[in-house]
Design a protein around this ligand. Structure first.
Ligand code: UT7
Length: 323
């Protein structure tokens, strides 16, 4: 039994923050941001919008594309690092909004690899026959944990959500998922506070309550890791890179993506890029890129896709699948 993507969906908040506007906020230029990252604009959630709001829109679109209703869903998993509240988890918030009762609903915290972790978990439940219809989501409101006065990070991130519906199939389907992590790199990319490490009386009021990143050092590990996991996935499954129809990578930096494509000898025409319009949306970036390419007709049924992500932790994951 395979788990197969029956439908995809995504949602971007209305407000667009372009590089030119960022020039008025911090000491940066449109040229620097485009050259160093490939990003031109990103979407920012409205003050009243939360991660669950974005996730709900993406989920409803994926369910519509898959032709399923809330009554069909029997598993909900959300990859996110920016949950609405510590608990109930975003999966439970979403379950209530969709009017579903009883099925497992939870979130997975693996930073930018959150969707890869969530997909891998849901795939196992489907492939072992325990679940018949899973909703798998990556959703973030990173703008809430970005220091808007720090030019080294605020130009990078955006908000959004992407979702897929997974169903069982005798045809592939997800062929393999591979996950990994290395906690020794904690000081290169982190958010310093949580409810259990909170020096002040009010969680969220501390100085430095933002994403901290040593970008250049993260960059080097990201390139090496992403190249390595892509190659391992292909070797382990006896697939040649030339057989891949699409590479759908985490959208953090164009130069990182180009390095992976070069290593696989894949032309950039077969790489789905959304970071110019979305920025880095962490766990939402891969499912949003997949949905964009499905909806504009690039990704077709039966095509062979390699999804891969890397993020804080460090965490990483890849998934080889027939769409
Ligand atoms: O999604 C999770 C994983 N995250 C990533 O994969 C991110 C990986 N890292 C990156 O994408 C890149 O390292 C960045 C885009 C964050 C930075 O690019 P870089 O080429 O590594 O730049 P850098 O950090 O080495 O900085 C180069 C220069 C510095 O100035 P000096 O010291 O050379 O004078 C920075 O102060 O660029 C300066 N700089 C900026 N200048 C204009 C840093 N940010 C900006 C900015 N505008 N926004």
């Amino acid at each position: 039994m395979y788990a197969r993507i029956a439908g995809t969906g995504s949602y971007l908040p209305e407000r667009i923050l372009g590089n030119r506007e960022l020039e008025t906020m911090v000491d940066t230029t449109d040229e620097w941001i485009r050259e160093r990252t490939g990003i031109e604009r990103r979407h920012i959630a409205a003050e009243t919008q939360t991660t669950a709001d974005l996730a709900e829109q993406a989920a409803r679109r994926a369910m519509e594309a898959a032709g399923v209703t809330a009554a069909d869903i029997d598993f909900i998993v959300v990859g996110t690092t920016t949950p609405d509240v510590v608990f109930p988890n975003v999966g439970c918030l979403l379950q209530e909004r969709l009017g579903i009762r009883g099925c497992p609903a939870f979130s997975v915290e693996a930073a930018c690899s959150g969707f890869m972790y969530a997909l891998s978990i849901a795939e196992r439940f489907i492939a072992t026959g325990r679940v018949a219809c899973a909703l798998v989501i990556g959703a973030e409101t990173l703008s809430r944990i970005v220091d808007w006065s720090d030019r080294s990070t605020c130009v990078l991130f955006g908000d959004g959500a992407g979702a897929v519906v997974l169903k069982p199939s005798s045809e592939p389907g997800i062929i393999a998922c591979q996950l990994g992590a290395d906690g020794h790199y904690q000081d290169l990319l982190y958010h310093p506070y949580g409810p259990s490490r909170c020096p002040g009386p009010v969680f969220g009021d501390q100085e430095g309550h933002f994403i901290h990143m040593k970008g250049n050092e993260v960059f080097k590990v990201a390139v090496k890791t992403l190249e390595g996991i892509a190659e391992k996935m292909l070797v382990d499954n006896g697939v040649d890179a030339a057989e891949l129809d699409w590479l759908i990578p985490h959208q953090a930096n164009l130069r990182i993506i180009q390095a992976t494509a070069k290593r696989l000898r894949m032309p950039m025409e077969r790489v789905v890029l959304t970071l110019q319009d979305h920025g880095n949306t962490s766990a939402a970036s891969i499912p949003m890129a997949l949905d964009a390419a499905v909806r504009d007709g690039r990704v077709q049924r039966g095509e062979l896709l390699l999804l891969e992500g890397f993020g804080g932790g460090f965490t990483w994951g890849a998934c080889l699948l027939r769409f």
